[in-house]
Write a protein that binds this ligand. Sequence first.
Ligand code: MRU
Length: 321
Amino acid sequence: MLRITDPEAMRDAIRRLAVRGAPAIGIAAAFGTVLGVRSSPATTEAAFLEHLDNSCQRMASARPTAVNPSWALERLKARAQTLSGRGVPAMKAAVHAEALAILDEDRAICRRLGEIGADLIRDGQTVLTHCNTGALATGEHGTALAAVFEAHSRSKRVSVYATETRPLLQGARLTTWELLQAGIDVTLICDGMAAQVMKEGRVHAVLVGADRIAANGDTANKIGTYGLALLAREHGLPFYVVAPRSTFDLSLASGAEIPIEERPPEEVTCVGGQRIAPHGIKVYAPAFDVTPARYITGIVTERGLITPVTAETVRRTLGEG
Ligand code: MRU
């Protein structure tokens, strides 16, 4: 268990992926900010709001690709601002209450994602998933994995191929563990095995999560996702993204504008602290890639299934704009 009592420790936990997954880092960033402002020495509301804004900026910069932290932090700021005239203690309490609300809402939203997503999985089907999208990546239940958990709890026979997810092995370490705990049939494969597994007809659909979805449906997710979408298209398999409204960034027209986080070279050259590549080797380590909307069969949100995926259907299903 990780006990965090100060904002820098929370930022560090997000940065080094002790807490990871888009919804989970949104929630963590919110509580990190609560830790940052609860002992704020500000005596005026203006000074408090400035402190809050600085704390939010620092927390949001921990990881750039997922939009959920910025979304959550904007909510904290908006909530504090509504209490203008009620004093600093009231603003502090409101920021804390908003963080708790974000956590509670995420739990309910993930449950809903699971319900809608489970309808896409038929009895006896096998799903391929990438990275980790279960309870360890969210407030509870998960996103893409919530659909699998829900299908299983509806007594559908569902099996999963989990990619190991190089370089940090979220699939091998976390997804397999969560599925085994739930009693769901899971097979681990190296990332490079996905094409062969699809070609052998072992998979019926691909389900993944997301870190940021642009207004046109282009989707940033863990590095390797784009390749899986291309493979799914080639093999005639549906490719679904499962993500809450908080993962959409409607301010970005397309995925070309999504910032892609680069990770330290050691995450590629070392596995479990053991060096596996020559010293001095050049490394490029983008942590995410962007799948163009045209390769995505549908996006499951708590507001419904977006399909086909276009700027128009995104707007219409989210009920915004
Ligand atoms: O680098 P990570 O482990 O934070 O990346 C996580 C992912 O890419 C997940 O697929 C995504 O956040 C969806 S979480 C439900």
